[in-house]
Design a protein around this ligand. Structure first.
Ligand code: NAD
Length: 278
């Protein structure tokens, strides 16, 4: 298998462009799922406090026998922990659960409307502390719109290394991605398969048939060729292996354009402009 490319972040650190997401994987299934992913060659795991499975992610990495430095680990701050002291406690708890003294990337999971008590600028300054302490090797945000990013730009010091947002063929996010590119913020595409929804689209199935690949491989390849970072989720070992087997082919530019043209601004998850957390 050809190797997974790295993306260089705005602070000079690198992240494998392809990884494994563990949203909605039950804690009881997480050790085996992450172990299968590490076994298949994944070296980047995306979790969050709100997923409830950080401890199991940490356990799978420890059991793998891999060096900690060889696995890129991301976690995210819970929506109920935006207050700086809560964020400090939550971050300590994340490191403890993962069984590590640093994460490679720590994100504000959702900006939250300020009327719900969130003040993502104060929260961001707390993440800047974690970065300066070296306990978060990079810091970033998730589900931020340009207006949120503009506030961070004018009121804080560190530019987020990444913005992790929903992106898939039915939600191509071209304006937000262009804004991030202009500000040296790498884009991480969450729900890269649209949670499976776009895999039966006739445009995608016909490209897959011609390429001799599966629809999931075609969609993941489309993301990579656009330059985004992806971490599809699956608990099925065959799919875990299928999803990483995408580094020995390329989509024709015209096919990639046809996939981009499927955009219909359709979200599978909440809208960051209205989502107030759970
Ligand atoms: P996804 O787009 O990765 O889809 C996962 C689903 O697609 C699986 O449950 C399975 O049903 C199907 N699937 C996976 N591989 C397949 C294959 N080869 N063939 C057919 N079907 C297949 O959706 P996701 O899990 O929502 O997103 C991936 C990751 O993104 C998450 O695990 C999480 O790490 C991250 N995420 C972040 C946020 C955020 O707010 N920051 C929100 C959602 C997800």
């Amino acid at each position: 298998m050809a190797s997974i490319p790295d993306i260089t972040l705005n602070n000079g650190r690198t992240v494998p462009q392809f990884g494994f997401g563990v949203f909605q994987i039950e804690p009881k299934d997480t050790v085996s799922a992450v172990s299968a992913a590490l076994e298949a060659g994944y070296r980047h795991i995306d979790t969050a406090e709100m997923y409830g499975n950080e401890a199991e992610v940490g356990e799978a990495i420890a059991r793998s026998g891999l060096d900690r430095a060889d696995v890129f680990v991301t976690s995210k701050l819970s929506n109920n922990a935006h207050e700086p002291d809560d964020a400090r406690r939550a971050f300590d708890q994340t490191l403890k659960a993962l069984g590590t003294d640093y994460v490679d990337l720590f994100l504000i999971h959702w900006p939250l409307p300020t009327r719900y008590g969130g003040d993502f600028v104060a929260t961001w300054r707390t993440l800047e502390e974690f970065y300066r302490e070296g306990r978060a090797r990079s810091v970033g945000v998730s589900n931020f719109q340009p207006r949120h990013l503009r506030r961070l730009h004018s009121e804080t010091e560190i530019i987020p290394a990444v913005n992790q947002v929903e992106v898939h063929p039915y939600l191509t996010q071209d304006e937000l991605r262009a804004f991030c590119a202009e500000h040296q913020i790498a884009v991480e595409a969450w729900s890269p398969l649209g949670q499976g929804n776009c895999l039966h689209d006739p445009v995608i199935t016909s490209i897959a048939e011609r390429a001799g690949r599966t629809p999931a491989q075609v969609v993941l390849r489309w993301h990579l060729q656009r330059g985004d970072i992806v971490f599809p989720k699956s608990v099925t070992p065959d799919r875990v292996r299928e999803n990483i087997d995408i580094f020995d082919f390329e989509l024709e530019p015209a096919d990639a354009d046809d996939i981009t043209a499927l955009n219909r601004d359709e979200r599978t998850g909440p809208d960051p402009d209205t989502f107030a957390g759970q």
